[in-house]
Write a protein that binds this ligand. Sequence first.
Ligand code: TYD
Ligand code: MG
Length: 469
Amino acid sequence: MTRPAAAPKAGRPRTAYVCTECGADHNKWQGQCAGCGAWNTLAEFVVEPATKGAAGPATRRAGWAGKAEAPKITALKEVRHIEDARVSTGIGELDRVLGGGLVEGAVVLVGGDPGIGKSTLLLQAVAKMSATFPALYVTGEESLGQVAGRAARLDLPLDGLQGLAETGVETILQHAAGMRPKLIVADSVQTLWTETLTAAPGSVSQVRESAARLVRYAKETGTAVFLVGHVTKEGGIAGPRVLEHMVDAVLYFEGESGSRFRVLRAFKNRFGAVNELGVFAMGDKGLKEVPNPSAIFLSGGSTRQPGSCVMVTREGTRPLLVEVQALVDSSPLSNPRRVAVGLEGNRLAMLLAVLHRHGGIAVGDQDVFVNVVGGIRVQETAADLPVLLAVLSSLQDRPLAEKTIAFGEVGLSGEIRPVPNGEERLREAATHGFKRAIVPKANAPKAGTLKGLDVIAVERLADALEACI
Ligand code: TYD
Ligand code: MG
């Protein structure tokens, strides 16, 4: 007697192909990821939905939160909103980047290079909060002894702060269900693993699923969660970019090696402004806030050197004075180099084309290097005009007039376009003793001066170049 062909059993291990770049799932192997278009990035994973308690979202929820209520349609008007439930982290600059404090139930991913200070920052924050806000610090990278040692060295108060050296997400959630902390720090998300998957810890599917479980826990219980994530060579948070979609906020911790300044930037924030910057200085007592960072990104000394232009950028909600430097040098290459550090490379190429076409200044046979001082990254278009002025100054080997700042977007037809919050930028420059500002016409105050700052309003690139020559 032949047995009837068995239908595929539910709960049998399934093979999935997950893109290591973007985390997209595929049923079969293929050379190119359909999600992000990257080649040769699909890795095979055996997905075992076999373990009880992980079979479906409803049972899973019942497993750790103890309530088996099925989700139901609710009038949004009646839902308790958590917008106002913000808690200060005790670190003003971190609060600022979070949009005014930590929101209950928010999941925040903190990314950055190894050694930049992610663990230090979070330890300082949770220690400050722990007196009023019971916190669980889960460490998968360091031992509890190391964490406690660091806390002691930094003189941090540790009442109310519990530690757990564990990487299994089920165990972590079990402990959390018992302790009911209001805040969990998972350091780092790359070390987490869930027993519902057989893939190796650190693999994309493990990181993704473990993070997803913490996110669900956070949303169900109103616990705030900080996830620490390492950054890959390419600059994304290691493994799945999909983590960025799951969480409420993504903060990047940046800084130049050798510089003690660190910049925390909100890359995504459901509860506040993106591109908000928090500035810290790393010292022997951990990270110190720099609440008034306006002038730290100037190179110090005299900025009156060829190839230097100070700009006022406004990343997030406050203006910052930043120095842009350019070096223009005749190139031995047939294809001269254009290198931008802290700025976008393609934009530099475009600006040089505008400089040639509408300013009559050719740098086609020159190497052009542009750098933003202090390891900070400027993403807004207000940097266009300062970049071109710095390039011009280096090309002519003549410094700009003393105490000059500039900002403005440069359009493809050579027009200088206004940027947001012009007056606020000008006031900041005046406060720091600058005397002359080259700015878009629409950003200039009617009177032509502002608190002793002589404002030169320009409409076209040619006007701006003339003002400098
Ligand atoms: P850490 O927070 O461990 O970095 P991450 O978690 O991002 O990998 O920071 C480690 C670096 O910070 C290390 O290079 C030493 C430096 N550091 C100080 O300079 N002063 C301090 O007080 C501490 C705690 C760290
Ligand atoms: Mg660390």
